[in-house]
Ligand binder design. Structure first.
Ligand code: PXP
Length: 245
């Protein structure tokens, strides 16, 4: 069954909206773990618009399962990661005005963006994942650059407008997942997954981990964070049961 890492950035977004001390992402991390999720993910952005350095250090202190730090591959972020030592770093492209990560890396064009970061993080004993669009070229490049994991961008699948488009996007993710696995890369997936669309992705056998934030935190407003996490885990479990994995 795919592991679930819950992205808690939105808790920081709500806090920052009022400049208050609450809700605290650290509190959210505790509940996420107590709810049985396999890990916690935070994205430290250059502008610190949701998660800040204090959150990251405290979350590192309290997360006993698996902490993933999403970040751009700048030297500033690499230095922070080497100090904090998350279990995994997922390198993502970052455009200052974007409201969320807009795309995965195109490694055929952006090798110079990621290679120095991969080298330093690996030397520091941190597992490195690259958030990439699901293309054959990206899988090959990720393996060649020495990444441990790829996180396949599921946004194209999530925003598809017709059944045909959805099937097409799903097949693209599936093909990339199998190729990555063949190349000995660990395979994660994420972006814009929700309670409705997660099952098709969770059913793809090589996908070991799902990174999900918005839909879980949004649901938590109405049903509470613990239940929102548990319900997502149940959806993921159902997908695997359906294919007897
Ligand atoms: N994976 C990556 C690389 C991301 O940047 C994000 C958003 O921060 C997610 C997964 C989670 O996406 P969502 O919030 O849409 O579930």
């Amino acid at each position: 069954m795919s592991r679930l890492s819950v992205n808690i950035d939105h808790v920081g977004t709500i806090r920052q909206a009022r400049g208050e001390k609450y809700p605290d992402p650290v509190h959210a991390a505790v509940i996420v773990e107590q709810s049985g999720a396999d890990g916690v993910t935070v994205h430290l952005r250059k502008d610190r618009r949701h998660i800040n350095d204090r959150d990251l250090y405290l979350v590192r202190e309290i997360v006993a399962s698996h902490l993933t730090l999403e970040m751009f591959s700048s030297q500033e972020m690499v230095d922070i990661a080497l100090q904090v030592k998350p279990d995994m770093v997922t390198l993502v492209p970052e455009r200052p005005e974007e409201s969320t990560t807009e795309r995965g890396f195109d490694l055929t064009q952006e090798a110079q963006e990621v290679e120095p970061a991969i080298e330093q993080l690996t030397e520091g004993g941190i597992i490195v994942s690259l958030f990439v669009d699901p293309t054959e070229e990206n899988m090959k490049a990720a393996a060649a650059f020495g990444a441990d994991y790829v996180e396949l961008n599921t946004n194209y699948y999530a925003i598809s407008k017709s059944f045909e488009e959805e099937v097409d996007a799903l097949r693209t993710v599936e093909k990339a997942a199998h190729l990555a696995s063949k190349m000995k890369l660990g395979v994660a997936a994420g972006h814009a997954l929700n309670y409705r669309n997660v099952r098709n992705i969770a059913a793809i056998e090589p996908i070991e981990e799902l990174s999900i934030g918005h839909s879980i935190i949004a649901r938590a407003i109405f049903v509470g964070l613990e239940r929102a996490v548990r319900e997502m885990m149940e959806e993921i479990r159902r997908a695997r049961r359906a294919i007897n994995v």
